[in-house]
Design a binder for this molecule. Structure first.
Ligand code: NDP
Length: 251
């Protein structure tokens, strides 16, 4: 598979799944626009990848910053072919009545509004150039609830509906909009989950999680021609048949 000549914007690229995806897609030939709030980590990643990478600090909960990141992709590389909406937050973990409303709001602002803002800013460019792919990172939390995660479960259920909306409204204009539910992944997010001590996910061992590089391979697969087969819904990487189709070893 090659992404030569394609431009990909990745949110939450400063670490974890986003950084692994940036490395992998760049190795497959893509131009990568790296966004997150941590400017220094992004600059280091861009330097590691080389001239096909551009970094721009961007808080996805701020529409002006989102628009500036999309504009940079178009200005630097002449268009935007693929958007990977990966930025996400989970902490803090509390039951509903114990949450500070501002903490609950922040997760919705990043996980939900951030995805909407990016889709809103990217779609006109993709439509004008005849098509594109939007991949939203979902979660098992879009389907089931876990104690202490009301904010995260509500946010990922909303992301799934944004994926379905993107497909419903723009498939006819050449937009492939789909989701990816990765299962549990060995990133900083799981370190925070473990520290919370709440609900069964915090009891998992690090060996239970897949590496971020597996998710990067799945993202590359879904952002290629095969993605059209999964448009409008989440691809569930945890399923053995999903790993097999990507060429990942069984777990
Ligand atoms: P990490 O915590 O390692 O990375 C999260 C990324 O999101 C960072 O790059 C962070 O960058 C970025 N981010 C957070 N807030 C903002 C913001 N306001 N604006 C822009 N970027 C932001 O987590 P993962 O790599 O594990 O998570 C990536 C995605 O995968 C998330 O959507 C998560 O919900 C999802 N996911 C993860 C699972 C797991 O087990 N790890 C399981 C299922 C889904 P910075 O702080 O620099 O802004």
């Amino acid at each position: 598979m090659t992404f030569s000549g394609k431009t990909v914007l990745i949110t939450g690229a400063s670490r974890g799944i986003g950084a692994a995806t940036a490395h992998h897609l760049a190795a497959l030939g893509a131009n990568v626009v790296l966004t997150a709030r941590s400017a220094q980590a992004l600059e280091q990643l861009a330097a590691d990848i080389g001239p096909q990478a551009k970094a721009i600090a961007c808080d996805v909960s701020d529409y002006d910053q989102v628009k500036a990141a999309v504009d940079l992709a178009v200005a630097q590389f002449g268009g935007l072919d693929i958007l990977v909406n990966n930025a996400g937050l989970l902490a803090p973990v509390h039951r509903v009545a114990d949450f500070a409303p501002k903490d609950w709001d922040q997760v919705i602002d990043v996980n939900v509004k951030g995805v909407f803002y990016m889709m809103h800013a990217a779609l006109p460019n993709m439509i004008a150039q005849g098509g594109g792919t939007i991949l939203n990172i979902s979660s098992g939390a879009a389907y089931g609830v876990l104690e202490g995660w009301s904010h995260y479960c509500a946010s990922k259920a909303a992301v799934l509906q944004l994926t379905r909306s993107g497909h419903e409204e723009y498939a006819a204009q050449g937009i492939t909009c789909l989701g990816l539910s990765p299962g549990t992944v060995a990133t900083d997010m799981q370190v925070l989950i473990k520290a919370s001590g709440v609900n069964p996910v915090s009891k998992l061992d690090v060996s239970d999680h897949i590496p971020a590089s597996d998710v990067a391979e799945a993202i590359a697969y879904l952002c290629g021609p095969a993605g059209a087969d999964f448009a409008g819904e989440d691809f569930h990487l945890k399923a053995p048949e999903s790993r097999a189709v990507i060429g990942l070893p069984a777990r």
